[in-house]
Design a protein around this ligand. Structure first.
Ligand code: AMP
Ligand code: MN
Ligand code: MN
Length: 316
C-alpha cells in the first residue's frame, strides 16, 4: 500500500497524532504533511496537534500545526498517526466526522480505528512505517529530517530492541540527504535544560525500589513542577533513566496531572509486558514502553500496578 493512492482523490485532508506528542508523533505527522503538501499542492491540508516541544523547531513548517482550534469542518480524509482515536484529544470529533479515516500506527494495543488501518507492532516507530508507505524518490531533505526524528526518538537513537535491520536501512537512506543528523540527535534527544536536569535528578533521588529491587518507581507532583518551573513536556527521559538502573525489570514514573490524577509511564527490560499492564488501566503502548492515566492516590496507584506486574513476574 502507498499512502498517496489512499488520499489522491481528496480535496481536504486532516492529519493528527496523540495528545502530548513525542518525537515519533511529531515526526510522523510533519513527515506526512510535508510529503502530501508537495505531492498534492491543490489539496487543503491541515495538521492538528497539541503544541509540540520547542526542540522540534528544526522541522520545516512546524509552525503550520494548529494547536488551538474549533472547527466543524468535514474532511475528505483524516490520517491518525501513532495513536488510536481515543488519544486524539480535541481532534477526535474532527476524526469522527471525516469521510475516510486512515490509521497508521505501531502500538501493539491498537486494533485499528480507521476505514483503512496500517498497524504494524513490529515496526520501531510510526515514522519507519510511514516511510514504507511513501515513494522513496519523492522524499526530500525536509521530509527525511521529520522521519529521521520520529525513528531516533522511538528507538532511543537506534538502541532499543525495536530497532531492526530495516530500521537501520531506512535510517541510512535518510541520512544520505546530508543533514546534520548528529546535531539533530544532540539537540532533540540528549540536550536538557538545567531545570529539566534538576527535576530528573530530584525524581531519581526520590525513587524507591520494590519487589526485591526488580521494580523502581518515582513521582513528580504539580508542586514540584511549579517549584522547578517545568511542565510535563520537561519530564521526558526520567522513566528511561530509572529503567537503566542495574537489576531493574520494570520502571514506573508518574506525574500529577490533576487532583488524584496521574499520567503513568512504564518501561520494561522485556520480562514484564507493560503494554498489558497499561491496558488494564485503559492505556496501552508496547511490550517495553507503555503508559496510562490513573485516578487515585500515588500509593494506591503503585499498589494496583504492582499487583499486575507481580503476577507477570511470578508467571515468568
Ligand atoms: P510514554 O511513557 O507516555 O512515553 O509512553 C510510552 C509508550 O506508550 C508510547 O509509545 C506511547 O505512545 C504509549 N502510550 C502512552 N500512554 C498511552 C495510552 N494512554 N494509551 C495507549 N498508548 C499509550
Ligand atoms: Mn508516540
Ligand atoms: Mn511511536
Amino acid at each position: 500500500m502507498k499512502i498517496i493512492n489512499e488520499v489522491k482523490d481528496a480535496q481536504t485532508i486532516a492529519i493528527s497524532g496523540h495528545v502530548r506528542p513525542d518525537g515519533d508523533c511529531v515526526g510522523s505527522v510533519m513527515g506526512l504533511y510535508l510529503y502530501l503538501k508537495k505531492e498534492m499542492p491543490e489539496a487543503e491540508i491541515d495538521v492538528y496537534l497539541d503544541e509540540p516541544p520547542a526542540i522540534f523547531g528544526c522541522i520545516s513548517h512546524i509552525e503550520d500545526i494548529k494547536s488551538k482550534f474549533n472547527t466543524n469542518k468535514e474532511y475528505d480524509v483524516f490520517v491518525a498517526l501513532d495513536t488510536t482515536d481515543d488519544r486524539l484529544g480535541e481532534a477526535e470529533p474532527i476524526y469522527r466526522r471525516a469521510r475516510k479515516k486512515i490509521n497508521i500506527d505501531h502500538h501493539i494495543s491498537n486494533s485499528g480505528c480507521g476505514d483503512v488501518n496500517v498497524v504494524e507492532p513490529e515496526r520501531s516507530s510510526t515514522a519507519e512505517l510511514l516511510y514504507e508507505l511513501m515513494e522513496p524518490e519523492k522524499i526530500d531533505e525536509e521530509i527525511a529530517i521529520a522521519i529521521y526524528i520520529g525513528i531516533i526518538h522511538d528507538t532511543g537513537v537506534l538502541r532499543y530492541s525495536n530497532t531492526s535491520p530495516r530500521t537501520l536501512q531506512i535510517t541510512a537512506e535518510l541520512i544520505k540527504f546530508g543533514f546534520d543528523f548528529s546535531k539533530i540527535v544532540e539537540e532533540t534527544f540528549f540536550e536538557k535544560t538545567y531545570l529539566q536536569t534538576q527535576i530528573m535528578g530530584r525524581a531519581v533521588l526520590e525513587s524507591v525500589r520494590f519487589m526485591g529491587d526488580r521494580c523502581i518507581v518515582s513521582m513528580v507532583s504539580r508542586r514540584m513542577m511549579e517549584f522547578y518551573c517545568v511542565t510535563p513536556k520537561d519530564l521526558d527521559g526520567i522513566v528511561n533513566q530509572l529503567q537503566s538502573v542495574k537489576g531493574v525489570e520494570c520502571a514506573i514514573f508518574m506525574y500529577e496531572i490533576g487532583t488524584l490524577e496521574y499520567k503513568v509511564s512504564m518501561r520494561s527490560s522485556g520480562k514484564v509486558d507493560v503494554s498489558a499492564v497499561a491496558m488494564k488501566f485503559g492505556g496501552g503502548g508496547h511490550v517495553r514502553a507503555a503508559g496510562c492515566t490513573m485516578n487515585g492516590t500515588y500509593h494506591d496507584n503503585i499498589n494496583n500496578l504492582s499487583i499486575e506486574i507481580a503476577e507477570q513476574l511470578e508467571n515468568e
